[in-house]
Design a protein around this ligand. Sequence first.
Ligand SMILES: Cc1cc2nc3c(=O)[nH]c(=O)nc-3n(C[C@H](O)[C@H](O)[C@H](O)COP(=O)(O)OP(=O)(O)OC[C@H]3O[C@@H](n4cnc5c(N)ncnc54)[C@H](O)[C@@H]3O)c2cc1C
Length: 402
Amino acid sequence: MINLEVPKKAGALINQAYQAAAEVFRPISRKYDRAEHTYPAELDMFAALLDGLNSSGEGGAGAAGVRRSGADTAKGNRNGANLNVVLGTIEMCWGDVGLLLSMPRQGLGNAAIGSVATDEQLERFSGLWAAMAITEPGCGSDSAAITTTAVEDGEDYILNGEKIFVTSGQRADAVVVWATLDKSKGRAAIKSFVVEKGTPGFEVVRVEHKLGIRASDTAVLRFENCRVPRENLLGTPEIDTAKGFAGVMQTFDNTRPLVAAMAIGVARAALEETRTILSSAGVTIDYDRPSVTQHAAAAAFLQLEADYEAAYLLTLESAWMADNRQPNSLQASMAKAKAGRSVVEITLKCVELAGVFGYTEESLLEKWARDAKILDIFEGTQQIQQLIVARRVLGKTSAQLK
Ligand SMILES: Cc1cc2nc3c(=O)[nH]c(=O)nc-3n(C[C@H](O)[C@H](O)[C@H](O)COP(=O)(O)OP(=O)(O)OC[C@H]3O[C@@H](n4cnc5c(N)ncnc54)[C@H](O)[C@@H]3O)c2cc1C
């Protein structure tokens, strides 16, 4: 039985994350939206706070990643690190999603390391801020089409290729790079490598100007004969065509609920702001009357809230399943699809409901509407999540349903 009430013991974490979001993120939200590419120095203090939460083993509000190997002796339901990270992320993104994405040591590369690294690697890379580089000029949704190569040479691998749209690619200490060991062996040959900044042959080419999440840097990276020690390959170097993509793809089961949580945080921020605006305009939302009998704005608001609730519950379910060692690929994609689509619809509708106030920089509504779209794109687009859900529900492989 899944009980989707928030566990009591998560209360302190939620409260802490909310305070940080309200007192640090919100006041500087507009500043770093305007000052694109400027590092928000205010975040350093919070990064230290999150390090403390993560090292306590309870998870914080970032991308700690969750390990599934090893013995798990706990009996009954577990509310663990995945759920905590999701709950913390919701609060922080209620404050500002671009700023959360800019938090040191909370990159998606950290989630990959946390999820699939060996114990030795986990220790060696601890304290490192890691971005995640999958996308290339010729490969986005179809991550099996990766052309960046990793060729074994003595004790090293030599990486060659270009990666685009890497979140925190400029600011992070390292990047988890997806590369193929042997293109002819297909997706099973794709492995991920931790490449540290300053490694010869690793260059940050440029950062992008964007529609939203402007506080977060998005970089183009180039690898030219970049020599990486063998020990930096995450997971196993064996090319197991039977297992295929499983190793690297496992990261997504943990990161998709996280991106869904980001969407929920932004959606809640927009709903709360809109409720206040509607209320000051004399529109009350009545939960005891059918929406069709209410003010059109109240009826629209109720519909948005229903989408929000559905996305929220799906996200909690997918995180809970990860904590309880249950395969959650289907639920992670359902949560990401629902939350990604809902946040775009909710924030845009809130701009509309708030009238001119929603469209100007007087409120953050217009910013949240711009920030929302990426949450329906990265870590797998809306269409890709739906494709994954369809495959799982229909029992089809990726070759059978493209
Ligand atoms: C701000 C930002 C940050 C990002 N951060 C990162 C990062 O940190 N690391 C990283 O590796 N990448 C990152 N990305 C890249 C992101 O993950 C990709 O943009 C995304 O995976 C989509 O790939 P694409 O842009 O190449 O689109 P394409 O794959 O070319 O898709 C274009 C359109 O076609 C649709 N489509 C594609 N295939 C199918 C199909 N089979 N069926 C139906 N529709 C389909 C897609 O849904 C999309 O709407 C980031 C992107 C942005 C904009």
